[in-house]
Design a protein around this ligand. Structure first.
Ligand SMILES: [Zn+2]
Length: 235
């Protein structure tokens, strides 16, 4: 099974504190296979991560957290900015035209800079089949949400809509990367995108997976670097 964190902020977000390489190092260390850097209305950090990712052994789905008129929206698998402050429907359709897909992050959570989509705008938008083809999931575990009940409400909403559920960290500091993660069959970004479309993913909180995964990842890295040192004694 693969693990992904699809909602991470870097210094390219007005409120992020982690550099792109720091996020990539952390993601690899804790055993994430795929991540998305989704800065607020900014794609530069995500494109930087895409460029650097192969060096760090983590796959990137490029993305952005777009401010829509109704609240925040994650747009993934796009490499260009989409304008902010447009309606939810218009934004989703533009993301679809750009070849991407969307996740509604932390719905019904407000405060501390989170401007979230309410249940009604999501329900209403999904009545449009063109929107429903692109807005394919709801983030029902956001590790950073101050109001923990909002994850519960998001879960109820997603169950009612029978829509894919994801978990993410919404990390604004490097230590938070992976606190929420989405588990999927396979290990690649392609596997993950297929699984999201099929609803074939599980939400995971870091305490459920981190110790074994981190140990496994550390062991693999340690053995790898030991072989490198053996092959190159000068290092
Ligand atoms: Zn966010």
């Amino acid at each position: 099974m693969g693990l992904a964190d699809l909602h991470i902020h870097t210094i390219y977000s007005y409120d992020g504190t982690a550099s792109v390489p720091a996020v990539l190092i952390r993601a690899k260390l804790i055993g994430l296979d795929v991540i998305a850097i989704t800065d607020h209305d900014e794609i530069a950090g995500s494109l930087k991560a895409l460029e650097l990712a192969s060096k760090y052994g983590v796959e990137i789905i490029p993305g952005i957290e777009i401010t829509t008129a109704e609240g925040d929206l994650l747009a993934l698998n796009i490499t260009q900015k989409v304008g902010r402050d447009l309606s939810l429907v218009e934004t989703v359709l533009r993301v679809g035209e750009a070849g991407g897909f969307c996740i509604a992050p932390h719905p019904m959570t407000n405060g501390f800079g989170m401007k979230s989509l309410g249940a009604y705008p999501i329900l209403k938008a999904l009545r449009n089949p063109d929107v429903a083809r692109v807005l394919i999931a709801i983030e029902t575990y956001n590790a950073t949400a101050i109001d923990r009940m909002s994850n519960h409400y998001a879960h109820i909403l997603a169950d009612r809509l029978n829509i894919t559920q994801t978990a993410s960290s919404d990390a604004h500091v490097v230590e938070a990367v992976g606190l929420g993660a989405t588990e999927f069959d396979g290990h690649t970004a392609r596997d993950l995108i297929d699984a999201l479309h099929k609803g074939n993913v599980n939400i995971r909180k870091q305490k459920e997976w981190n110790s074994v995964r981190i140990l496994g990842s550390w062991a693999a890295n340690y053995i790898g670097s030991a072989f490198t040192r053996l092959a190159n004694p000068a290092l």
